[in-house]
Ligand binder design. Structure first.
Ligand code: SF4
Ligand code: SF4
Ligand code: FES
Length: 208
């Protein structure tokens, strides 16, 4: 074992004092210390967004929001898992939008609070994936859904942005809507259409 890995790091996780080898993530450090935590554990690969943590480092009073499966432990860290019920979110059917001319009106019907954005930047600051969340909401409000959707490609639906929003905007669902309508009202790529056509005609074998 390298000297670095053998070195023990002391930190606090959910109020528990823990010593664990450097190079472990928050989850790995908890498990190493004998705490079989499963709440908030999902993919463990930075994809599902279920492992949100508040973090204060030894040399700072700032509290940041990060993903517990990606974050490596540091000396003197104070970490707390954020577990909260997922609030109900907007429901809609894309098939209820008759054509792309109606998308913007529908957007404002479904997300009336989005126009109340105070531009406080809370959502962008809290995003563990460094997405320009506030800008994404603004783009969607202007009807620029494709640009808005593209900004959120890295979104893991951790919901931290909506937790931070004083206007109860749900930026990640604004983003999801943006991506959905972009795909729904776009002509699909010709190679995809051709391949699907071949599958329907039985000319392309799908190996499972
Ligand atoms: S945009 Fe929101 S839900 Fe998506 S990763 Fe960032 S904070 Fe999480
Ligand atoms: S947290 Fe809410 S109000 Fe603040 S910038 Fe983001 S969407 Fe706007
Ligand atoms: S457990 Fe899935 S993102 Fe961390």
């Amino acid at each position: 074992m390298s000297e670095d890995k053998a070195k023990l790091i002391n930190l606090t996780i959910n109020g528990k004092d823990i010593s664990a080898p450097a190079s472990l993530s928050i989850f790995q450090a908890l498990w190493h210390a004998g705490y079989p935590r499963v709440k908030g554990a999902g993919c463990l690969q930075g994809v599902c967004g279920s492992c949100r943590v508040f973090v204060r480092r030894a040399d700072s009073n700032e509290v940041t929001t990060e993903l517990g499966c990606e974050l490596l432990i540091e000396e003197g860290m104070d970490v707390n898992f954020l577990i909260y019920p997922i609030p109900p979110h907007q429901t809609y059917q894309l098939s209820d939008i008759p054509n792309s001319w109606e998308v913007q009106v529908k957007f404002h019907d479904i997300f009336p609070e989005a126009d109340q954005c105070r531009h406080c930047g809370g959502c962008s600051t809290t995003c563990p994936k460094d997405i320009e969340v506030e800008r994404g909401v603004a783009l969607a409000c202007e009807g620029r859904f494709q640009e808005a959707g593209e900004l959120f490609v890295e979104c893991v639906m951790c919901n931290l942005c909506q937790t931070a929003c004083p206007e109860l905007i749900t930026p990640n669902h604004v983003a999801m809507f943006s991506r959905r309508v972009t795909a729904y009202f776009h002509t699909r790529p010709s190679n995809l259409i051709n391949r699907l056509g071949k599958m329907h005609r039985g000319e392309l074998q799908v190996v499972e």
